[in-house]
Every structure is written in C-alpha cells, then in structure tokens.
Ligand binder design. Sequence first.
Ligand code: MTE
Length: 292
Amino acid sequence: MKLGAATILSSSLIIEKLAAIENEKRDPLSFKKTSFGQNLDLNTFDQASKYNNFYEFSLKKNEPAKLAHTLKTDPWSIKISGEVENPFTVSLDEIKNSYPLEERIYRFRCVEAWAIVLPWIGFPLSYILKKAKPNSKAKYVKFTTLYDPKQFPDQSKGVFGNIPYPYVEGLRIDEAMNELTLLGVGMYGKSLPKQNGAPIRLVVPWKYGFKSIKSIVSIELVEKEPQNTWKAINPREYGFYANVNPNVDHPRWSQARERKLGSFFKQRTLMFNGYEKEVAGMYKNMDLRKFI
Ligand code: MTE
C-alpha cells in the first residue's frame, strides 16, 4: 500500500518535472508592448498554463499540461485558401518574421463561467487576411486545428473521442478583420506552451473562449457561415457568434457572473467581456438573444 502511494507520488513528480522542462523550452520572442489592458490585473503563468481546455488531449483541465508534449510544433505551416486572390502557405518562422509581434493584455472568458487575464503575444489576423486578398464572395473565415491522431491522443479514439475532430471555428469577415482579433504565437514573453494552443491560435477576447481555436493549420475564406464544432455538437447550447453576454444565460447556468482563476469571489461579467466600445457596432441590428 505504502509502496503504491510512493510510486504514484514519484510518477506525478516526474510528470510535473516533464511539464516544467517543456515550459523551459519556450522560445523568447521579440515584441513591442502596447497599452491594451494595462489597467487589468494579470493572472500568473502557472494559472494560464495548468488549467486548460484542449479536448484533443483530455477533458480534464489539469491534463493538457501533462500530455501536450506529444504535439510537434516545429516545423509548422498554415494554409490560407478559399475565396481569395492570393492563396498561400506560410511557415511559422516566416509568419514570425513577416509581422511585427505585439503584446496585448486581454480578458478571456470561458463559456463555463471562469475567466482569466493574459498577456498574449501575436499580431492582428487582418494582416494575414489582407495579404491573401479576400474576394467579394469571402463573407466568413473558417479555422481548422491540426488533425493527427499520433500527436493528439483523443483523436485516435475515433467516435469514442471527447468531440468530433478536427476542431473547427469561424468568424464573420468583419469580426475577423476587427482590430482586437489576434493570431497568438506567445504569452508571458515567450512562445505559447503546447497546452495553450502552440504554435499559433486565435484570440477573440469579446467571445466565449471556445471561439479561440488552438494549433491552427488552415484558414479558409468562405461564402457561407461555417459549421463550428460546438454548434455542431449542441446547437441549443452553443451558437456561431458566442459573444460574451451576461444577459443571456447558458441553458444550464447563469452567465451573469464569472470566477476569475485564483479568486474566491465571483465578479460581474461585462457585456462583450468589456470590449463593447470596440465591437458592439458589428451587432447593432441583431437580436443577441437569437444569435447566441
Ligand atoms: N481549440 C482546440 N483545438 N481544442 C479545444 O478543445 N478548447 C476551447 C479553446 N480552443 C479548444 C480549443 C475552449 S472551450 C477554451 S475555453 C479555450 O480554448 C481555452 O484556452 P486555454 O486553455 O488557453 O485557456
């Protein structure tokens, strides 16, 4: 019995150690600081990198950090295709060298009613879209995560996996072009930890966290609203828009308040997660109770 407990303890220590080594491997990035979110109270790197939703690894929040070492993020490339004049494929190294990286502190609100404040490093998605030159049929942008069951253990379970793969998300073209919408390649001064969606992910701070798709390999400009993973799984509970809205409850819980990681007390959830000034205009003629 004692030996069993000792073995469990030592193997969990080994896992902790391996996770720490992985985090050490993160590349330093050069970036410029910005004024975004200077008034916000940051969460710690540990909170951001040990409490994750990444179903390709596990449903449990503490497990992606332990399992994500199987993801190979170098080399990596993204294909930009669809309704564009200039389709192209670009490597992550080229991306990092082509676009000036900046740090922005953003609020992040999960649909499950937890929240966090993070210093992301990335660049506006619009930079890459403009290079592709969307044509007049490009009304939406569809994003897809890598599909590789050898690297993502849950993908190898087929229909017994947590969710259908690959994970897909979408934005309307004006949302994608919005100044706040980032492609994130780092956080806390260095490249992204694998469990946070390395090497490149979306960051859309006024929408519930499931829109911020991780480990992206494809960005496709399309004419029709793409079917995003969570809406496909349960359209009654999850929509395409997923704008943070304290006035519209999730069918199973209230969205009026949230628990910021590390805080005991809940805080009020803000309309559009506090980015109302920047984004409300995009939805002025829409019934936000209908377009969830
Ligand atoms: N992207 C992929 N490919 N797979 C996922 O399971 N989870 C989403 C989103 N992006 C997810 C994903 C959800 S539900 C949330 S809340 C955020 O990632 C969590 O990001 P974080 O782990 O960096 O906090």
